[in-house]
Design a protein around this ligand. Structure first.
Ligand code: PLP
Length: 407
């Protein structure tokens, strides 16, 4: 008999959907579950600029499979920081950003959580470090934070009656948060709602964070992918930087470079003092060493090539990124128009008002079940759909399926 008493892990709801989709023999099945970009034929997509960069990386005389340093590929982390904060950012010129490479955005969230749990902000007096996350949030946030030993509390983000941001609830919760607590904020294209605060609402969130001495913990998984504009999608992060916060940003290149499985990301911690920043970088590298020794090289080399080469960068910024975000925006418009034309009960403006990979449809769990069982359309139980799973061949079928389960 084993000395371990281990119960079977519950299946991950999202990955369980993906495998149900794969096993479904229906020729009309639609996969709107996982947040990965698909082309208009529903196929995984390698960005043209990534193909070019891969060729260059492989033919580079320095290409090999040696280990990276513990803190990652220096060309990658510095270019990644410039992409977020701007090449001329004061915080970079003053050496006040500690950047390390991570196992994509998930790894950045994890190392960030371990970091704040280990080195709590000075103001924090609590027994257990508390992090506030939005309700709802990306399905993995709570698991990552709990796993790192943080206490997770929620702020209500979304009003299911109005299908809008609940800014009053956000501000009210943060107003009563213990000083020094961390607040997880989605930099843009909030997952799963697709609803971001306006600039004015971001200012109010920054005000309460400042007044209550809260520590902003940004998760940036969709820069450039949300609006097609890299600077616009980094506005909130840079607004907080301009307010002088000590804060951190988790950065993923899974979506905007389509490097999902290559696990390409970074963590940036902004500090007031360059000496502290240098110490933080050393400690983050040490944490990385004890967990993964050194981060994966291939995606970082490809990303660094694109970020450093003016021609490749231009292609990514002006062609590849807008092509992905514009296709998604086009699908939003088509879906909205089809539901309006079908006179599907309810209001559907939120489909076009929301931004990024996902749309929070407002469909109930029962309606979702019917979509899966009767129409072979796979989507999360909370009604979230990955817009990238829609295309010119299935949007009509999906709109009619929604119409059927709503009426
Ligand atoms: N953060 C958010 C909000 C996300 O939506 C995702 C992916 O869906 C991630 C982080 C992490 O993605 P990855 O670990 O693939 O970079």
């Amino acid at each position: 008999m084993s000395q371990f008493h281990v119960n079977a892990a519950p299946p991950d709801p999202l990955f369980a959907l993906v495998s149900a989709y794969k096993q479904d023999p229906s020729p009309t099945k639609v996969d709107l579950s996982i947040g990965a970009y698909r082309d208009d034929n529903g196929k995984p997509y390698i960005l043209p600029v990534v193909r070019k960069a891969e060729e260059l990386v492989k033919h580079d005389s320095s290409y090999n499979h040696e280990y990276l340093p513990m803190s990652g590929l220096p060309e990658f982390t510095s270019a990644a920081a410039k992409l977020l904060f701007g090449a001329d950012a004061t915080v970079l010129a003053e050496n006040r950003v500690a950047s390390v490479q991570t196992v994509s955005g998930t790894g950045a969230n994890h190392i960030a959580a371990v970091f704040i749990n280990t080195y709590r902000p000075e103001a924090y007096k609590g027994e257990k470090m508390v992090i506030y996350v939005s309700n709802p949030t990306w399905a993995n946030h709570k698991a990552i934070m709990n796993h790192a030993g943080l206490e997770v509390r929620e702020y209500r983000y979304y009003d299911s009656k109005t299908l809008r941001l609940d800014i009053d609830a956000i501000l009210h919760t943060l107003e009563t948060a213990p000083a020094g607590s961390a607040v997880l904020l989605h930099a843009c294209a909030h997952n799963p709602t697709g609803i971001d605060p306006t600039q004015d609402e971001w200012k109010k969130i920054a005000d309460v964070c400042e007044r209550r001495n809260l520590f902003p913990f940004f998760d940036s998984a969709y820069q450039g992918f949300a609006s097609g504009d890299l600077e616009k999608d980094a506005w909130a992060v840079n607004y907080f930087v301009s307010r002088g916060f000590e804060m951190l940003v988790c950065q993923s290149f899974a979506k905007n470079l389509g490097l999902y499985g290559e696990r390409t990301g970074a963590l940036h911690v902004i500090l007031k003092d360059p000496v502290v920043a240098s110490n933080v970088k050393g400690q983050l590298a040490k944490m990385t060493r004890s967990e993964i020794s050194n981060p994966p090289a291939y995606g970082a080399r490809v990303a660094a090539k694109i970020l450093a080469d003016p021609e490749l960068f231009k292609q990514w910024k002006d062609e590849d990124l807008p092509a992905m975000s514009h296709r998604i925006i086009k699908m939003r418009k088509e879906l909205y128009q089809k539901l309006v034309d079908l006179k599907t009960p309810g209001t559907w403006n939120h489909i076009v008002d929301q931004i990024g990979m996902f749309s929070f449809t407002g469909l109930s769990p029962e309606q979702v079940k019917r979509l899966i069982n009767e129409f072979h359309v796979y989507l999360a139980a909370n009604g979230r759909i990955s817009m990238a799973g829609l295309n010119s061949h299935n949007v009509d079928y999906f709109a009619k399926a929604v119409h059927s389960v709503v009426t």
